[in-house]
Design a protein around this ligand. Structure first.
Ligand code: NI
Length: 181
């Protein structure tokens, strides 16, 4: 396994749309293993392939939700790797304080669907269905957004987006200054 470099805002590659995976082979499984290692190392709860520079529809999530805590039967358990994920059902509204490994040092409340059903393929290429609520629901929607080139900051109001970008730019300038001296 290998740690991968996580792209950070405003890297343009984060805004690209990812394409479907046609064949789930060893190369894809190796990428999934590396994505999990990278996510755990960075102490994140989810990671999407475009965040490591691969514009393929693959996400990994581990929000710490285990089978015993689930109210509905699932065909898959966390940690989850989903290939070609799609939200097929969504219900209700939930506001959650989100962050992102590609937007370090910034969190903000985002409104999303409270419950989602997501379908896709597992690492063996078999169809899976995940019913999720709470943090797992938020996390799945956040990661699937990455596949469309959408960051959580893109979902904020114009005013909050401006404030976020100002803060992130300042942070980057400070980091550059620290490196320079
Ligand atoms: Ni993210």
């Amino acid at each position: 396994m290998a740690l991968l470099e996580i792209l950070t805002w405003p890297d343009k590659r984060l805004a690209a749309k990812s394409t479907n995976v046609d064949q789930v082979d060893d190369e894809i499984r190796k990428l999934i293993d590396d994505m999990f290692e990278t996510m755990y190392f960075a102490e994140g709860v989810g990671l999407a392939a475009p965040q490591v520079g691969v514009t393929k529809r693959i996400i990994v999530v581990d929000c710490g939700v285990r089978e015993s805590e689930e109210s509905s039967p699932l065909t898959a358990k966390e940690p989850l790797a989903i290939i070609n994920p799609e939200v097929t059902i969504q219900d209700g509204k939930i506001a959650w304080e989100e962050g992102c490994l590609s937007v370090p040092g910034y969190t903000e409340e985002v409104e999303r669907s409270a419950k989602v059903t997501v379908t896709g393929l597992d690492r063996e290429g078999k169809p899976i269905t995940i019913e999720a609520e709470g943090l797992l629901s938020v996390c799945l929607q956040h990661e699937i957004d990455h596949l469309e080139g959408v960051l959580f900051v893109d979902r904020l109001s114009r005013l909050k987006q401006e404030m976020a970008k100002k803060k992130l730019r300042k942070q980057m300038e400070e980091e550059a200054r620290d490196r320079a001296v």
